[in-house]
Design a protein around this ligand. Sequence first.
Ligand code: AHM
Ligand code: MG
Length: 327
Amino acid sequence: MSTIIRGDKLTLSHYLLSHLRDSNIQAELNLVISDIADAGKKIAHEVQRSGLLDLHGAAGGKNIHAEEVQKLDDRSNEIVKSILSENEQIVGLASEEEKDVVDVSGGRTTGFIVAFDPLDGSSNIDINATVGTIFSVLPSWADIRADFLQPGRSQLASGYVLYGSSTVFVFTVGKGVHEFTLDPDNGEFILTQENIKIPETAKYISYNEGNKTKFRGSEAKAIDKLVKNGGSSRYIGALVADFHRTLLKGGIFLYPAVSSDGGYIGKLRMQYEVKPLAHVMHEAGGVALINNENAMEVAPDELHERVPFVFGDKKIVNKYQKYRYDT
Ligand code: AHM
Ligand code: MG
């Protein structure tokens, strides 16, 4: 049951103190989550002023995924990197915008490693539509690069900051999913929804219709059946925003593999998008799949791996899976 506490004005820092009380890494994790929230505040500030600060448009290069980097992608990446690299609990960073892992251990062998998509939904930047920062926190013992390849279930914390009509911070440490809204008057994240659960009645079907002819036949057919059985279509084109709507309003999001050069490939990034959002979805009582597997159980083979991704409430995802295999 979701509780809305607005009058109480419970700040993120106060909430974290009691929320992490039973954890043996309470203080350390608290500092990491607080730093991510601080980076989110700074990025929100830039996103809101991007048109004024000449931060719209391309930065003039391509990232490791051969995508055009936007100025605000670069800026957000620098903000997250500079704040997290100062945090003594963190030994390594991996970013969608960085070719390789950034070692910030300063010789320390154990600590946290953080994977992040500094600004998801780049194509939304110039049109003032919603974008967000996604993060995943893992433990590391010695080999930073290898430790990033742990499956979703090993995550200690994950979530996102969404820059929409309000800036919201949503996170889980494996004890439910909680939402905080940035109060622009005092710069504090205030608890607005605790223990969010995805609604059980499906409402929206979300996928890029332009790709449908490139999906596997069974997947295109299953989507057609879902649509035929009722449901409205929604697609923002920024995963973090499509995710937030699905979390709060229910339904299913699909980015199946699309055919390319004779094979089928996924688009979404395992490390920076799929693993953390699967964790949040799972904690909210929903399901997240990579192909046919529970996304929390799949370990990435490499840092920048891309995979097909489907998530939503249990009922509609099961229905989709059934339709895929019905003859
Ligand atoms: P980005 O992290 O570079 O913005 O790319 C990922 C984005 C997702 O946010 C979104 O779900 C997807 O790409 C949209 O892709 P498409 O334009 O193919 O529908
Ligand atoms: Mg992204």
